[in-house]
Write a protein that binds this ligand. Sequence first.
Ligand SMILES: *Cc1c(COP(=O)(O)O)cnc(C)c1O
Length: 241
Amino acid sequence: MAGTHIKRSSLASIADSLTTVRERIATACELYNRQPSDVRLIAISKTHPVESIRAAIDAGQLNFGENQIQEALQKIPAVKTPGVQWHYIGPLQSNKTKHLPGNFRWWHTLNRIDIAARVSNKAVELGTRIDALIQVNVVNDPAKSGVSVEGLSPLVEQLLESRLNGLNLRGLMTIGPHGGNETALRQCFGDLRKLLETTRGQFGLTNFDQLSMGMTNDMEQAIAEGATMVRVGSAIFGSRK
Ligand SMILES: *Cc1c(COP(=O)(O)O)cnc(C)c1O
């Protein structure tokens, strides 16, 4: 957590781990004919202290993700570095929506119209906008949040009808099947890519081009299927308690 002190040696290893993750991304891009510049690495710093985030910044990392508002609100002001962008990747209760605009540039877990309206209204109030991704529960896992595949198109329709001027609808996000094999992972991520394409076409959306998918254990499969953002935590910062 923020405020704890960690050893200099583990801070040095964050730079090494980042190098290794960047190499994994580059290798996957080469294998699947992708440009590394088209795959944004988001370092998921949840549960890790500000010192670890600073070590990653020193090693050139600028995109970070958090999944709890309270924790993020402690860390974000402590890491004021030009160019750093924060991504919110956790579930969001309606009483926390006011904290997103102004603190986060990206929101990966939009899945309800009422929550989206609250976030948008706050952004408008602050004179800002937030880039939003709709989380889709592609594998229909009751333990995961996100709109169902069937619910996606009705949700987009509601979002567009509501004219939420504080949100830029930028694409889709999913979490791959836990412990899934190669085939199951590729299927899930490929399904999300197809959903992105059909949704963009159906509603004539511009700039609806982001796919947030892939984590420490499945970033290669996600890159193979077109990920433009991978959310990587433990491979960079070590395991979480
Ligand atoms: C924690 C988390 C990650 C990162 O997971 P790792 O396996 O540590 O890379 C990615 N996405 C979401 C939504 C998470 O909650």
